[in-house]
Design a protein around this ligand. Structure first.
Ligand SMILES: Nc1ncnc2c1ncn2[C@@H]1O[C@H](COP(=O)(O)OP(=O)(O)OP(=O)(O)O)[C@@H](O)[C@H]1O
Length: 704
């Protein structure tokens, strides 16, 4: 599905279609209670027995010049005047697969008729002008996930930055991409402090010269506000939901050799008193399944690939045992030093997510001498360095910034004992995979035999599992909570057939029904995110937006406004699809379906977290979404959701050979891929599956 054809929309009659009615009493029930139909032990048993390709169009939102130049900050959207919605060349996610350096055209300075061409080719290679956001795009520009220096420099070239959305709260105007610039996060050019490395960089990231100053250009000046220091804020948490206890019924499967038995309680983990206090202050009284299994595995020093549904506590599942190890090893407080050598590195694909992980690390390490630090793109490099040199035991980082800092020799890797890839499938795919490979082959980085590597996600496609072998010891354990890649059952999923010309109207109808309940609306492109947010503001629906073309300051502001309820609607691209844990998100609307089913699972997982219920409504456009019909049917049926007959029909008519059976084939890797090579698993003492024989050594080799 491409962008909507707005021009055509004007002449095409709107087709009304069903709008679901939101009844709160229905809402809270959902189809949550049933257990997965698996043969392994449930977690509660454990202790007992143990591009879309967008084509350019003429015309943009403003008049004459496009967004970047004139933007629409002063142009209220009026449907009748809009001759067309320009087409965006790449979606937010695609960007991260482009490692280009150079200049940007869009955003900062773009003619209305000057649509970007599709795909990376137009992004330019190294040293070229980069087709995005009007600025120097050095390093890893416009990576939706980790937009480091490129993004932050972008748009600055012309001396102005886009103001933040101003529609927040009143829905009147929605300013974005204005070329007139508010100066927020503005370009200070060469006057900005440049912190350079020692000058003897023996290893540099691909982004060398990015923010690091090797190549001069506009600098990122944004310094994120420090998080509140008071204990109440540090331990602030939301309540687990009515379905939290039902987590116990989810089947868990562990594969690999000699898996330690699961634990049932926090006490069994034998954590130190400080950690136990922090767990209690965080409001955790009971382990989630992924925690029951992962904590003892990590405590036993094993490598782990863990797959568990969205919102089920994977973050604590790796943080707690790592911290416990550190405490047990008598870690000493790290002091001010120019070169810090953290014991733990955690990487995640988006800035907001890594910040969230950092806050969790800070929470659980409260009162210990362990110091966690977060660094991510879109913020001033000097600020990152200042945070690090003060001491760093746990470094939480987005990939680009991490590589820059390593290149600056502010971080040494010799002491790394724990390497965590959150959203690991994302971290290992085409976008970040090369960066991660560089990380593990950086000088000083202990080999996989010497470090403990932990991979967590809600989705783990087979091919990514295979790639992961390079990162993990061959005897790693694989924990699958429920269906690998399956959707959270606490999310009630509705798929509506909505043609592109009816989407906006439908969206407004739904949002009006929803009222003030917090809702995330996912769209496929950054431009559309702006456009829809503007449109909703004009419909008097308080809306903000987050996407990769927004400055980091704006992104954080948007998230803050959404979190606090000032703007109950957040229009987002896939940058917000993974990991974000926002209280009280009751609805997710896929205005555009994503291109992959995994992305769908992550997106809808922004609601229905931690035992709370949520609803997801997706607009399915038969013109463009048919490829998703089969995997959607599988996801829906696995999560025991109603599958619309029309969707089944489409799925059937778009039958793909090899996609067969009641579960409709292998949309997900339903198991540890090593199982293909292993003998049949047996139930171990803890009641979960544990492989009884060594993998075939030949196959094993292929993992290295
Ligand atoms: N044992 C627990 N008891 C109570 N709350 C918990 C527990 N474990 C985690 N939580 C809370 O559940 C929420 C979701 O946890 P978390 O963000 O780690 O989920 P996740 O599995 O990583 O999700 P995603 O796949 O979307 O990244 C957080 O607010 C977290 O504090």
């Amino acid at each position: 599905m491409g962008d909507e054809d707005w021009e055509a929309e004007i002449i095409k009659p709107h087709v009304s279609s069903y709008v679901p009615v939101f009844e709160k009493d229905k809402y809270s029930s959902g189809a949550n209670g049933d257990t997965f139909n698996r043969t392994s032990a449930s977690s509660s048993d454990a202790g007992e027995s143990n591009k879309r390709e967008n084509t350019p169009t003429v015309g943009s939102f403003g008049v004459g010049k496009g967004f970047g130049n004139r933007g629409f900050s002063n142009n209220k959207f009026e449907e009748g005047d809009s001759s067309g919605f320009w087409k965006e060349s790449t979606n937010d996610c695609e960007d991260n697969q482009t490692r280009s350096r150079g200049f940007s055209k869009r955003g900062g300075y773009q003619d209305g008729n000057d649509s970007e061409a599709s795909g990376p080719s137009r992004r330019g290679g190294r040293g070229s002008f980069r087709g995005c956001r009007g600025g120097f795009g050095l390093g890893r520009p416009s990576n939706e996930y980790d937009q480091d220096e490129g993004t932050q420099r972008a748009g600055s070239l012309f001396g102005s930055r886009r103001p933040a959305l101003s529609g927040a709260g009143n829905g009147d105007t929605y300013q974005s991409r204005s070329g007139s610039g508010s100066g927020r996060g503005g370009y200070k050019g060469l006057n900005e402090e440049v912190i350079t490395g020692s000058g003897k960089n023996s290893w540099k990231s691909e982004a060398e010269g990015g923010e690091s100053g090797d190549i001069q250009g506009p600098k990122v000046t944004y310094i994120p506000p420090p998080p509140p220091e008071d204990e109440d804020s540090i331990f602030a948490h939301y309540q687990t939901g009515i379905n939290f206890d039902k987590y116990d019924t989810i089947l868990v499967e562990v594969s690999g050799h000699d898996a330690p038995p699961a634990i049932l309680t926090f006490e069994e983990a034998n954590l130190c008193q400080t950690l136990n206090n922090n767990i209690a202050k965080a409001g955790y009284t009971k382990l989630t399944p992924v925690q029951k299994y992962s904590i003892p595995i990590i405590l036993a020093g094993r490598d782990l690939m863990a797959c568990a549904q969205t919102g089920s506590g994977k973050t604590a599942a790796f943080l707690l045992p790592i911290l416990a190890h550190m405490m047990r090893d008598g870690i000493t407080a790290s002091r001010f030093k120019e070169l810090q050598e953290p014991e733990c590195i955690i990487v995640a694909p988006t800035r907001e997510l890594i910040n969230q992980i950092y806050l969790e690390a800070r929470k659980f390490s409260f009162g210990t001498c362990v110091r966690a630090v977060v660094i991510y793109g879109g913020t001033q490099l000097g600020h990152s360095i200042r945070q690090i040199v003060q001491g760093c035991n746990i470094l939480c980082a987005t990939p680009g910034r991490l590589m820059d800092i390593i290149g600056k020799e502010k971080i040494g890797l010799k002491q790394v004992k724990y390497l965590v890839l959150d959203e690991a499938d994302r971290m290992l795919d085409m976008g970040f995979g090369p960066e991660m490979k560089k990380l593990i082959s950086c000088p000083g980085m202990p080999s996989k035999e010497q470090r403990q590597t932990l991979l967590f996600s809600a989705t783990f496609p087979e091919e990514i599992q295979r790639l992961a072998g390079e990162f993990l010891k061959s005897n790693y354990l694989f924990v699958a909570v429920g269906q690998v890649g399956g959707a959270c059952r606490d999310v009630q999923q509705t798929i509506l057939q909505v043609g592109q010309y009816s989407k906006r109207e439908k969206l407004v109808e739904i949002l009006r029904n929803i009222g003030d309940e917090r809702t995330m609306v996912f769209v496929e492109t950054k431009k559309k995110a702006d456009f829809i947010a503007t449109f909703l503001c004009q419909e008097k629906i308080s809306t903000t937006s987050i996407h990769g073309d927004r400055e980091q300051r704006e992104r954080e502001q948007a998230l803050g406004d959404f979190r606090c309820g000032k703007c109950p609607v957040l229009v987002a691209t896939s940058v917000a699809a993974r990991g974000l844990d926002i209280e009280n998100v009751q609805h997710v609307i896929n205005f555009d379906l994503p291109s992959t089913i995994d992305e769908y699972v992550h997106r809808i997982g922004r609601t229905g977290r931690c035992g709370n219920t949520g609803r997801a409504i997706s607009f399915f456009d038969p013109e463009s979404d048919n490829h998703l019909a089969q995997p959607l049917v599988k996801v829906l049926s696995d999560a025991q959701q109603d599958v619309p007959a029309w969707l089944e029909e489409i799925a059937f008519s778009t039958y793909v050979p090899g996609f067969s059976g009641s579960t409709r084939g292998n949309v997900f890797a339903s198991v540890d891929t090593r199982k293909n090579y292993q003998a049949k698993s047996t139930l171990n003492a803890a009641g979960f599956s544990s492989s009884s024989q060594a993998p075939n050594p030949v196959d094993d080799e292929s993992w290295d």
